[in-house]
Design a binder for this molecule. Structure first.
Ligand SMILES: *Cc1c(COP(=O)(O)O)cnc(C)c1O
Length: 240
């Protein structure tokens, strides 16, 4: 990525990458959504991207996200923001997530699902959720195991204030393209197995700045992109 490029140039380049990846896999260019991952970048960066037409933003650090959501609202910009929580969830932090976000992609255990469901305010749409699955084994701690996905999906289906949309994963980075493909394809199997079990899902959330082409080739319907859009993040991100 060229550090001299502007945000509008990077946004256009990113949309072009997504479009070429769709065409390369004989997929419709509108079959993949972009989630702009704005963690560590401030509300003015979010508003700049929003003015280019982007409405879905992903955040991983709760306190930082709440400040940013408030600032975006206070800006008075006439933008229908869609906020996605994509970070690890501590069970004592579920209430503001349930109250302020539209989506939560990092649901990986029953306790979190039940708390989010209980705390979702009655007047709001159901919280749109993805199960986070861990297909890389011990190396990353977030995400349920592949075996836990179906029982967890069945629990979520009983909670009317949650709506299960799909599966999210952050496979361990792989230099070997074949191994990377294999990890994405394992996530896709979990997704299609859930569909085969009767769940009405439309979101396979895989692919980030460095691997979105490979994820789209493996069926991704939502890529979560931070650094390729906003620029490089500080090495020590703000604590959760
Ligand atoms: C930070 C983050 C991303 C974006 O990563 P980039 O490599 O900067 O595109 C995507 N998904 C999750 C869950 C993240 O935490």
């Amino acid at each position: 990525m060229n550090g001299e490029s502007t945000l509008p140039q990077r946004y256009a380049a990113l949309l072009a990458r997504i479009e070429s990846a769709c065409l390369a896999s004989d997929r419709a260019v509108d079959s993949v959504r972009l989630l702009a991952v704005s963690k560590t970048f401030d509300a003015s960066a979010v508003l700049s991207v929003a003015r280019l037409g982007q409405t879905a933003f992903g955040e991983s650090y709760l306190q930082e996200a709440l400040v940013k959501i408030d600032a975006c609202l206070a800006s008075g910009a006439d933008i229908a923001f869609e906020w996605h929580f994509i970070g690890p969830i501590q069970s004592n932090k579920t209430r503001p997530i349930a109250e302020r976000f539209d989506w939560v992609q990092s649901v990986d255990r029953e306790k979190i699902a039940r708390r989010l469901a209980e705390q979702r305010p009655a007047g709001l749409e159901p919280l749109q959720v993805c199960l986070q699955v861990n297909v890389s084994g011990e190396t990353s701690k977030s995400g349920c195991t592949p075996e836990e996905a179906l029982p967890l999906a069945r629990i979520i289906a009983t909670l009317p204030t949650l709506r299960l949309r799909g599966v999210m994963a952050i496979p361990a980075p792989e230099d070997d393209p074949a191994r990377q493909r294999e990890q994405f394809s394992r996530v896709r199997s979990i997704y299609t197995d859930l569909q085969a079990a009767g769940f009405d899902l439309d979101t396979l959330s895989i692919g980030m700045s460095d691997d979105l082409e490979s994820a789209i080739a493996q069926g991704s319907t939502m890529v979560r992109v931070g650094s390729a859009l906003f620029g490089r993040r500080p090495p020590n991100p703000i604590a959760p």
